[in-house]
Design a protein around this ligand. Structure first.
Ligand SMILES: NC(=O)c1ccc[n+]([C@@H]2O[C@H](COP(=O)([O-])OP(=O)(O)OC[C@H]3O[C@@H](n4cnc5c(N)ncnc54)[C@H](O)[C@@H]3O)[C@@H](O)[C@H]2O)c1
Length: 451
């Protein structure tokens, strides 16, 4: 333990990061910038090649930083697990999706752990960062690593530290967002804490990997439930002829006891629609049903259906049918100003529009190609390509739906050039007037109320 602690203190500890995606790459470059020699390991050869050429493929990581670290010899990428033999600390940042039945799919964690086991050597520290259910580190990763013949907490060290990266957020970054960690033993915790403290401004220690795993799920379930709450109130507000956006602005002036959440087209990304299910799946082992998680998912998953109903109703008020209508979707990323479109609500919105006969195109400056039709509808999978946001594209659209409100889009222009806008994220702020498109906003009075 002492030798690793010394290496952490004098920055000679070699840090390996497995999985160089949205989570792993900022961590790898962060440690390299902090002065540590870093090995990045990924099975995706294209990512490995890009990094070794000094190119970043993640919006939040500057290519100039990658290039500088590669040139300085502090960042090396590889797809060869043998390179782990030199590592002192190994972070695991691989995906944790769910399967078709929404059960945890730990295949990537398993592959990674099985890649580490034959190379594990005494004194190494392994920190799992992938979001997962409480118990994964101890019940799933630990037994695989101990197949090496080494004992955790004695020969090597094991901890869980959840990731809090918020893609596209320039205010809260890897360096200034506090980090939670829980190790298998006090030594495991202390070594993991000491290493993380080199990069993160504050490290909060918990008693076990399970507590750290659960804290991440609590954070995401909290978001999911609160988003569902405002989504439900958005439906009520529409019916009551009230503007929930105005109400939220008012409520958020309370300086304590209230945190604003906003309605929208549904939830997306790798976290909010996925992580809560990791806990509800685990809870069943204890004869326990997590009702808030299920309820929030039910409300949030209904939003794309509601959005498409709003489009159909608005068109029908104009004497048009959704069948055959030209619909332009603005923004398919799962939230504004990012290029990540995984599990985006745009997918279901587009599938529903297509299944009801609409002719759909989309524009997203950050997502050049977009795949729809993969799952429940068993429709044929198809790729769409982002169309330029020309005056002509806006003029021919019977309806424009704003799903992700990227700031680079000129919504005033959209309102001037098109006829009907369904705004799910309040980028139009209820603007109306002669020469502007009719606007239907989620959570705001529908035209029969606004006159
Ligand atoms: N993206 C986020 O905003 C975010 C935030 C917090 C937590 N997380 C969690 O962090 C984890 C990683 O998410 P991400 O968004 O970085 O995923 P990602 O898909 O962007 O990156 C994962 C990387 O792992 C690589 N990989 C897969 N299997 C591998 C293997 N066996 N060996 C080596 N590399 C392998 C993939 O090629 C990919 O580059 C997930 O558990 C996720 O839930 C993500």
């Amino acid at each position: 333990m002492e030798s690793l602690a010394l290496k952490i203190a004098d920055k000679s500890a070699r840090v390996a990061v497995i999985g160089l995606g949205y989570v792993g790459l900022p961590l790898a470059t962060g440690f390299a910038k902090a002065g540590y020699p870093v090995l990045g390991l990924d099975v995706d050869e294209r990512k490995v090649a890009a990094l070794n050429e000094g190119r970043s493929y993640i919006q939040d990581v500057e290519s100039a930083d990658v290039a500088a670290m590669v040139r300085a010899g502090r960042l090396v990428a590889s797809s060869d697990y043998d390179a782990l033999a030199d590592a002192d600390a190994i972070f695991i940042c691989v995906p944790t999706p769910f399967d078709a039945m929404k059960a945890p799919d730990l295949i990537f964690i398993e592959q990674t752990a099985r890649g580490i086991t034959p190379r594990l050597r005494p004194g190494q520290l392994v920190i799992l960062q992938s979001t997962t259910y409480p118990g994964t580190t101890e019940e799933f990763v630990l037994p695989i690593l101990e197949e090496s013949g080494l004992k955790a907490g004695q020969d090597f060290y094991l901890a869980f530290s959840p990731e809090r990266i918020n893609p596209g957020d320039t205010q809260f970054t890897v360096e200034n967002t506090p980090k939670v960690v829980g190790g298998l033993t006090p030594q495991c915790t202390e070594l993991a804490r000491a290493l993380l403290a080199q990069l993160f401004a504050h490290v909060h220690v918990v008693s076990s990997p399970r507590a750290a795993e659960m804290s991440k799920l609590l954070e995401n379930i909290y978001r999911s439930v609160n988003i569902a709450l405002v989504n439900e109130l958005a439906l009520l507000s529409e019916r009551m002829g009230m503007d929930l956006w105005e109400v939220i602005e008012a409520a958020k002036t309370k300086p304590f006891g209230f945190m604003p959440f906003y309605p929208g087209p549904g939830v997306g990304g790798h976290c909010i629609p996925v992580d809560p299910y990791y806990l509800s799946w685990k809870a069943r082992e204890y004869d326990f049903y997590t009702k808030f998680i299920e309820l929030a998912a039910e409300v949030n998953q209904a939003m794309p259906y509601h959005v498409v109903d709003l489009v159909a109703q608005a068109l029908s008020r104009q004497g048009r049918a959704l069948d055959g209508a030209q619909v332009l979707v603005l923004g398919v990323a799962f939230k504004r100003d990012i290029d990540d479109a995984r599990n985006s609500p745009a997918e279901r919105v587009i599938e529903l529009l297509l299944s009801r006969g609409a002719v759909v195109s989309y524009h997203d400056p950050y997502v050049p190609r977009y795949r729809v039709g993969r799952d429940v509808f068993h429709r044929q999978e198809r790729w769409l390509e982002s169309v330029p946001l020309t005056d002509e594209a806006l003029a021919v659209a019977d309806c424009v739906i704003v799903v992700a409100g990227h700031k680079v889009v000129d919504y005033d222009r959209v309102l001037r050039q098109t006829r009907l806008v369904v705004d799910t994220v309040n980028v139009t702020h209820g603007q109306r007037g002669p020469g502007l498109a009719e606007v239907i906003r989620v959570g705001a009075p529908l035209p029969e109320h606004s006159g």
